[in-house]
Design a binder for this molecule. Structure first.
Ligand code: C5P
Length: 276
């Protein structure tokens, strides 16, 4: 029984909106964001072991490298420390989410680690308790523990309900294969506060305030957004997080699939999926 592998999906995170409010004295930024999650995911598997070990495979295993390793193993160590559990785990990560892409891949993996070990070690912690550990690992790890749409406040680690339902919405993720590190995009922000998120506002009326700064660093993001805005049935085209991945929402699956076909020759990374 204890040799059995158990599995947790690590859904890719998107920001349907991201409003920057101010740069804080500690160097971080206060923001308001709508987190949402997709059926497109990394997969984490684990089984009982005396040691804590991780192997990474999949399309983005190599760029993930030590970074992803560290966040999974750091999550495991943080949980072990918080619980006093002595057990280990053998972990296998299938890395499909592009790295440094605005899709929270590393955060999703860390959150999946907490959920998986919560089961494997029979801790039976409620999600809210896992979220407190998650918040020490990165700004969007707590949202990834939930992995359903919600509002992120503060640095993104304070979560609140977002009263709209987007579950099942067809979405296309497009990454021009340019890694964009988060820190420099925050630094390049013009520091103009354009206001917070009105929970009742349609998503299309909201913004990603990091877009101009990210395009300054990786101009191809502007091309991706322009390409996504064209075509039938598209209700929103927006950058996710600090880029470079952009997302488009569609009113029906065939519109998303047409857009994917239209962009297939670009050499960009594409994932046609749905919001959870
Ligand atoms: O929390 P995380 O490690 O994902 O953040 C990566 C970097 O992004 C931070 O080191 C910081 O420079 C920047 N950041 C920020 N304000 C936030 C979140 C992240 O300035 N709210």
């Amino acid at each position: 029984m204890d040799n059995v592998w158990i599995s947790e999906a690590a859904p890719a995170k998107v920001n349907l909106a991201l409003h920057l409010r101010r740069r804080r004295a500690d160097g971080y930024h206060d923001l308001e964001t709508i987190f949402a999650f997709t059926d497109f995911a990394d997969t984490l598997q684990g089984r009982a072991s005396d040691r804590l070990v991780l192997s990474v495979e999949g399309e983005f295993a190599s760029p993930a490298g030590q970074g992803a390793d560290n966040l999974v193993l750091r999550a495991a160590s943080a949980l072990r420390e918080a619980t006093g559990v002595r057990a280990g785990a053998e972990l296998r990560l299938e890395k499909r989410i592009p790295v440094a892409a605005g899709l929270g891949g590393g955060s999703a993996d860390a959150a999946a680690t907490l959920r998986l070990l919560n089961r494997l070690w029979r801790l039976d912690w409620p999600s809210a308790r896992l979220e407190t550990i998650a918040a020490t690992l990165g700004a969007d790890v707590a949202a990834c523990v939930r992995s359903h749409s919600c509002l992120g406040l503060g640095r993104g680690e304070t979560l609140a309900d977002w009263p709209q339902s987007v579950s099942g919405t067809p979405v296309l993720l497009v990454n021009p294969r340019v890694p964009v590190p988060t820190g420099p995009v925050f630094k390049a922000w013009d520091q103009i506060d354009l206001g917070g998120i009105d929970k009742a506002a349609p998503i299309a009326a909201l913004r990603n305030d990091m877009t101009a700064a990210a395009i300054g660093i990786a101009p191809v993001i502007g091309d991706v957004l322009a390409a996504l805005a064209e075509g039938q049935g598209v209700s929103l085209a927006r950058m996710s997080g600090s880029g470079a991945t952009c997302l488009a929402l569609y009113t029906y699956d065939a519109a998303r699939d047409d857009a994917a076909l239209r962009l297939a020759h670009q050499g960009w990374w594409l994932a046609a999926t749905r919001l959870r």
